[in-house]
Design a protein around this ligand. Structure first.
Ligand SMILES: *Cc1c(COP(=O)(O)O)cnc(C)c1O
Length: 307
């Protein structure tokens, strides 16, 4: 499996224009940027599904061969990946099944069914739900879609960073919150092509450091997943994003959940922005490591608002 190129991102950009308007990138005079020279917030929280992932889901479905697409897609996720797939499947008028562990968060279950997807509850946790999703996909001839080991998803997600560098071309540092790493990998691919002077810095919760530890170790590792910050909650590194991060990511920082929650409140108060924890994590990094970003023109990815 090869990572996408900037050409794939450009292609995704052309097709996404038919589905989603660009999201805003704003600076707020009231939002404290510490010793950074400036601060831009890229607002993926205003996507129709409340998170950037919809870019990846739409791009993946658009690129599927029509016969395969008509049979539908299966995902396993409690959160924004599920909504992204369900949204894209509805746009293309194809079936979508989402497998969640039993007794899922009612709000998330409702979001998926409101988009017309079939919700299948199975197993006590994801280790049990995942094989069931594989079985369902093969029985029904549907395509099982990984959250991040999918080049089309990285290409679609890259369009957010394309827009960011168009709006803020002098950005020195982009801070990206990481769960699987699709967003940070996409940022690396786009920055290399459009803004080679810019560094990409990833952040993750110290309570679920699998992607961070995989990057530092240079191999995929598993780690306990105890964070309350849902978009950042993964227990294992993902191969495709890690391949890109290994080549081009500048730095990877860990954060406390409590500081992420404070950053969420700061965004609400000073930028009238409703972010979920993961969507505020990049700002939390700026406040946790002010010296790391001193004098730099910083952009933070507000990845989602499903709180
Ligand atoms: C999925 C998600 C992330 C993490 O993105 P990855 O591409 O999985 O690293 C961050 N924030 C939000 C809101 C998300 O939904």
């Amino acid at each position: 499996m090869q990572p996408p190129t900037i050409t794939d991102v450009l292609e995704a950009r052309t097709l996404l224009r038919r589905h989603l308007p660009p999201t805003p990138a704003w600076s707020y005079p009231t939002l404290d940027h510490g010793p950074a020279a400036s601060l831009t917030v890229k607002h993926e929280n205003v996507q129709p599904t409340g998170a950037f992932k919809v870019r990846g889901g739409l791009t993946l479905l658009a690129g599927m061969e029509p016969g395969e697409r008509a049979r539908g897609v299966v995902g396993y996720s409690t959160g924004n990946h599920a909504q992204s797939l369900a949204y894209a499947a509805a746009q293309f008028g194809v079936p979508c099944a989402i497998v969640m562990p039993r007794d899922p968060n009612p709000g998330k279950a409702r979001a998926v069914t409101a988009l017309g997807a079939e919700l299948v509850e199975y197993g006590a946790n994801f280790d049990e739900a995942r094989p069931y999703a594989e079985k369902l996909a093969s029985e029904r001839g549907m395509r099982l879609v990984s959250a991040a080991n999918e080049p089309a998803i990285l290409a679609g997600v890259g369009t957010a960073y394309f827009e960011l560098f168009e709006d803020a071309p002098r950005t020195d540092t982009v801070i990206v919150p990481v769960g699987s790493g699709s967003g940070a990998a996409a940022a690396c691919i786009v920055a290399a092509a459009l803004a080679p002077h810019a560094e990409v810095v990833a952040v993750q919760s110290a309570e679920a450091p699998a992607a961070h530890d995989s990057w530092r170790a240079g191999e995929i590792v598993e780690r306990p997943n105890r964070t309350a910050v849902e978009g950042l909650a993964t227990g294992s590194g993902f191969a495709l994003p890690q391949l890109v991060l290994k080549q081009r990511l500048k730095d990877f920082l860990l954060l406390d959940d409590a500081v992420i929650e404070q950053a969420r409140q700061i965004l609400a108060r000073d930028a009238h922005t409703l972010a979920e924890g993961a969507g505020a994590a990049a700002l939390a990094a700026l406040h946790t490591y002010p010296d790391r970003f001193a004098g730099r023109r910083v952009a933070v990815m507000c990845t989602g608002g499903n709180v």
